[in-house]
Design a protein around this ligand. Structure first.
Ligand code: CUO
Length: 629
């Protein structure tokens, strides 16, 4: 079977999943014995990647898919499961299988925004598409185009950031990230450990918070206030998303509701989880299931905490530390109907493909990030020797764009094809039109002097951080750590003497450069046996930099070169997807950088101004980001 034939069969598993009528498990006795543990979550219900029961059922299913004898067996058992398993849960499990089965290497799953357009496009636009399809003559196969309506207005101050929170690309990224790193991943069962999974949970979400704060400052708003108090009334949000096949919608949350106990979790338990985690951070060790102490050492501390806070399968003591982060998502998603008396569906916080839409996501994740920050603050600042790269001096950095050292941003029109998820009638194409933030392409030129007599290998680390806070005061070095966003990280070779290192924004190690569409995959376009589904993880390249403002918002562009021979890990040069390794890691490989994620901003900085922190191998250039209306 060719790669293309396999790809078509994978695509068919996901076709029309949004509008398919899945009948449920009424006929369960007829199903393969292998599927006896699935079919609990009703079709049409909103699958939660955070609720333990949903996750457990999804784990059963992806393990069945993983165990299938060969590719054909996998497709057949998946086709059977698709007839009665909840759609979202099925997609999650089938995608995890495509990502991890050896016989699926080189294959993609279609983009989640095309599988489930109803998780990305407000229902008014989707209804409009249905209407347009129904009122036209049968022979008319011309494309249908509908516009996406606003989900709020300026009476809600947070609405200014709707373009960002509701961006299709960031929500798709988040869904994908949690497929690459399922919290239920059992390394013993699969025989492979995902390297630094807990630390990446911390880092990827920390970066989401930092990026959100940059976006807030760009829009003249204060940085986000973390969730802190389990008794406080929370701000509301209305998603306007409805599941097409079942008519069930992601519930809105009115302003002013407080967290309440659910049948399966009490808020007081969550308070206790936080206390226990913080106590352990202050003691410097966590308590394992057998009562022994595990030190939060410099090498593993963040990874241990990440697993415990999320919490994932690798938590050292699930019983004692609980499942703080995941329960936050679930309790916030069910705040409007905690005991289920109204049969309401949860809100968007329940689902990884929708939760970034809700402002509360960022408050919650900053609260989680503050726990990691508390831990990082127990570590001593990096010594000069760790920061410095002897003989290497960065002399200048220029950001080349239309105007040097200025990046222009703007809103770009975009269309999303809906027809593979929902297709009323016979339209050749049904597209939803929306706008997203984008930026002009740019490149960095780094002038480096290698004062040694030999070639050196360097890791180039590029970050961006806003220069001023919401009040116009310069942000101090230690505070900059919270808002510094990674733009790129790559290897370069330095000859003795002067070097100019040039790198294009399109090559960034945080962003996804290209993702094939559903149509591409059906036609075999973009297939490459050396790439695979793992390569679909990555931050959207149109959101590499924040919006900035009309005047030109000032940012520090921070560049640091470290010794690649010390940073490298075995096999990192043979990683298949080098596209977005910073936030997504690498399939079947160690995270390709030995330094702690976020280095050098992950540890306290004791100098007041960032310029006093710099060693010879670092450089700061002030640049502007200018938004064009
Ligand atoms: Cu990704 Cu809370 O883990 O959203």
């Amino acid at each position: 079977m060719t790669l293309h034939d396999k790809q078509i069969r994978v695509c068919h598993l996901f076709e029309q999943l949004s509008s398919a009528t899945v009948i449920g498990n009424g006929d369960k006795h007829k199903h393969s014995d292998r599927l006896k543990n699935v079919g609990k979550l009703q079709p049409g219900a909103i699958f939660s990647c955070f609720h333990p029961d949903h996750l457990e059922e999804a784990r059963h299913l992806y393990e069945v898919f993983w165990e299938a004898g060969d590719f054909n067996d996998f497709i057949e058992i998946a086709k059977e499961a698709r007839t009665f398993v909840n759609e979202g849960l099925f997609a999650f499990a089938a995608e995890v299988a495509v990502l991890h089965r050896d016989d699926c290497k080189g294959l993609y799953v279609p983009p989640v925004q095309e599988i489930f357009p109803d998780k990305f496009i407000p229902s008014a636009a989707i209804n409009e598409a249905f209407k347009k399809a129904h009122v036209r003559p049968e022979f008319d196969e011309s494309p249908i185009l509908v516009d996406v309506q606003d989900t709020g207005n300026i009476l809600d101050p947070e609405y200014r950031l709707a373009y960002y929170r509701e961006d299709v690309g960031i929500n798709a990224h988040h869904w994908h990230w949690h497929l690459v790193y399922p919290s239920t991943w059992n390394p013993k069962y699969f025989g492979k450990k995902k390297d630094r999974k807990g630390e990446l949970f911390y880092y990827m979400h920390q970066q989401m918070c930092a990026r959100y704060d940059c976006e807030r400052l760009s829009n003249g708003m204060h940085r986000m206030l973390p969730f802190n108090n389990f008794d406080e009334p929370l701000a509301g949000y209305a998603p306007h998303l409805t599941h097409v096949a079942s008519g069930k919608y992601y519930s809105p949350r009115p302003d002013g509701l407080k967290l309440r106990d659910l049948g399966d979790i009490e808020i007081s338990e969550m308070v206790r989880m936080r206390e226990r985690i913080l106590d352990s951070i202050h003691l410097g060790y966590v308590i394992s299931e057998d009562g022994s102490h595990k030190t939060l050492d410099e090498l593993h501390g963040t990874d241990i905490l990440g697993a415990l806070v999320e919490s994932s399968y690798e938590s050292v003591n699930h019983e004692y530390y609980g499942n703080l982060h995941n329960w936050g998502h679930v309790t916030m998603a069910r705040i409007h109907d905690p005991d289920g008396r109204f049969h309401e569906e949860p809100g968007v916080m329940s689902d990884t493909s929708t939760s970034l839409r809700d402002p509360i996501f960022y408050n919650w994740h900053r609260f989680i990030d503050n726990i990691f920050h508390e831990y990082k603050n127990t570590l001593k600042p990096y010594d000069h020797d760790v920061l410095n790269f002897p003989d290497i001096q960065v002399q200048d950095v220029t950001l080349h764009a239309r105007v040097d050292n200025v990046v222009h941003t703007f809103m770009r029109e975009q269309e999303l094809e809906l027809k593979h998820g929902i297709n009323p009638g016979n339209a050749r194409s049904i597209k939803a039109r929306y706008y997203h933030l984008d930026h002009e392409p740019f490149s960095y030129a780094v002038n480096v002097q290698n004062n040694s007599a030999s070639d050196k290998h360097a890791t180039v680390r590029i970050f961006l951080a806003p220069k001023y806070d919401e009040l116009g005061n310069e942000i101090k070095a230690d505070e900059l750590r919270r808002t510094a966003i990674e733009l790129d990280k790559f290897k370069t070779d330095l000859h003795p003497g002067k070097n100019t290192v040039v790198r294009h924004s399109l090559d960034s190690s945080v962003t996804l450069s290209h993702q094939p569409t559903f149509e591409d995959l059906l036609h075999g376009v973009g297939l490459n046996e050396h790439k695979s589904e793992y390569c679909s993880c990555g931050w959207p390249s149109h959101l590499l930099v924040p919006k900035g403002n009309i005047k030109g918002m000032e940012y520090h562009l921070f560049v640091m070169l470290t010794d690649w021979d010390k940073d490298k890990v075995d096999g990192s040069e043979s990683v298949a997807c080098v596209d977005a390794v910073s936030y997504c890691g690498a399939r079947d490989h160690k995270y390709p950088d030995k330094k702690p994620m976020g280095f050098p901003f992950d540890r306290p900085i004791h100098t007041e101004h960032i310029s006093d922190f710099l060693t010879n191998n670092m450089f700061i250039k002030d640049i502007k980001i200018k938004f064009h209306e």
